[in-house]
Write a protein that binds this ligand. Structure first.
Ligand SMILES: Cc1ncc(C[n+]2csc(CCOP(=O)(O)OP(=O)(O)O)c2C)c(N)n1
Ligand SMILES: [Mg+2]
Length: 399
């Protein structure tokens, strides 16, 4: 065993504002959580088990953990918020308030919530275009994410990035990338910077099962291995790359976590926030000691690939509803809370109502907030007058 039970307790922070996610913004750049335990309250706690992780060239921790009521309530609330936000984005898109690309994250919420429960804002994060919920977790609000989607000045990037390009570098979030797999070497670069500056932190570079087949990922893993970078290559295996299932696209079959080949791998139930939290806490400690790790999150997306994909031509409605019934990440936390007697059905309903109201208010603002002005069209647009060789017959082109 390479060390178990690495669970960061939340620190006590008082007198500072909370954002919608219940995280404290900008305090020493850390995603500090205000939980009851940290505030000295008598918070009930219990032991939970989860689907065992699978390890490749490494040991994995036992599939059990301790979690308290405030932890679970916080994860439950955040996942509800994410789900409701994405459903609202779907409606806004269909009403043409959002234009262009839009990739929703519902179904996969436990990956981001569990991951950030084990990390801090000093741990750097970069991901693909399916990035709304990462933005929310790294200091965004439902309002700032939805307003970005509708192109308003109140959006995370002042309405200039849109669905695929949200960032919060002040919180260690290097955002969404539209080019499949492009973030994988960039994530290795972030890990290089952490190592170069001797920081006790890691970088996580998230990508999909489709991107996992790319050459640039293999190159990034190779360099990360040689330089022993504190990098987690985190594959969100949601079973499809656009309309292509993993069984049709991946020569190695289903075991993505073994695909780092010469670096260790760990497979985690990505539909269970506690499994993700525990896996990530262990993984962080592991990569700081041993170098890069390939993680596979076994997850599922409910929506189609993007808004132009109804999502039911290459898979059956039954497949989707079976996963919803048996593995839904929100239901899993909800039933744990109810089974422990930490929440009643009425309290759950009240919380769901509260989140719906919060998101509905954000939707209203996202529809009415001001759009960027034409005079700002070229703000942050850079033109370098550097000559590019070989672009015509007179500037260095050699046939
Ligand atoms: C280099 C490149 N090739 C193709 C595309 C078009 N494209 C966008 S998403 C996608 C599928 C990626 O699937 P996966 O990596 O599994 O991520 P998921 O969408 O499931 O999160 C493709 C082929 C692209 N954006 N960039
Ligand atoms: Mg995929």
């Amino acid at each position: 065993m390479l060390g178990i039970g690495v669970w960061r307790r939340a620190r006590v922070v008082r007198g500072v504002g909370l954002n919608a996610g219940g995280y404290v913004r900008g305090v020493a750049g850390t995603a500090m959580r205000l939980d009851g335990a940290a505030q000295g309250g008598d918070v009930p706690s219990s032991k939970f088990t989860f689907t065992p992780h699978q390890g490749y060239m490494m040991d994995v921790p036992a599939p059990e953990c301790e979690a308290n009521k405030e932890d679970l309530l916080q994860y439950f609330t955040m996942m509800l918020r994410m789900r409701r936000m994405e459903i609202s984005a779907d409606v806004l898109y269909k009403g043409q308030a959002i234009r262009g690309f839009c990739h929703l994250y519902d179904g996969q919420e436990a990956v981001v919530v569990g991951m950030d429960a084990a990390l801090t804002y000093q741990d750097l994060l970069i991901t693909s275009y399916r990035n709304h919920c990462q933005a929310l977790s790294r200091g965004g609000t439902v309002h700032s994410v939805l307003a970005e989607l509708t192109g308003r000045t109140t959006g995370m990037q002042k309405g200039r990035g849109g669905s695929m390009h949200m960032y919060a570098t002040e919180n260690g979030y290097f955002g969404g990338q539209g080019i499949v797999g492009a973030q994988t070497p960039l994530g290795a670069g972030l890990a290089f910077a952490l190592k170069y500056y001797e920081k006790p932190n890691i970088a996580v570079t998230m990508f999909g099962d489709g991107a996992a087949n790319q050459g640039q990922l293999a190159e990034a893993i190779n360099m990360a291995s040689l330089w022993k970078l504190p990098c987690i290559f985190l594959c969100e295996n949601n079973k499809y790359g656009m309309g292509t299932s993993t069984s049709r696209a991946s020569g190695s079959g289903a075991d993505f976590y073994k695909r780092g080949s010469f670096i260790p791998g760990m497979k985690v139930d990505g539909m269970d926030v506690l499994a993700v939290r525990e896996g990530m806490a262990y993984a962080k400690k592991f990569v700081l000691e041993h170098g890069p790790l390939y993680m596979e999150m076994d997850t599922y997306r409910y929506h189609g690939h993007s808004m132009s994909d109804p999502g039911i031509t290459y898979r059956s409605r039954d497949e989707i509803s079976d996963i919803r019934k048996s593995r839904d990440p929100i239901d899993r936390v909800k039933s744990r809370m109810i089974d422990e007697g930490w929440m009643g059905v009425e309290e759950v309903k009240a919380l769901e109502k509260k989140i719906k109201k919060e998101v509905d208010e954000a939707v209203k603002l996202a529809k009415t907030d001001p759009e960027p002005e034409v005079k700002d069209m070229y703000t942050n647009v850079y033109v370098e007058k550097a000559p590019i060789r070989g672009t015509n017959a007179y500037n260095g082109y050699i046939p």
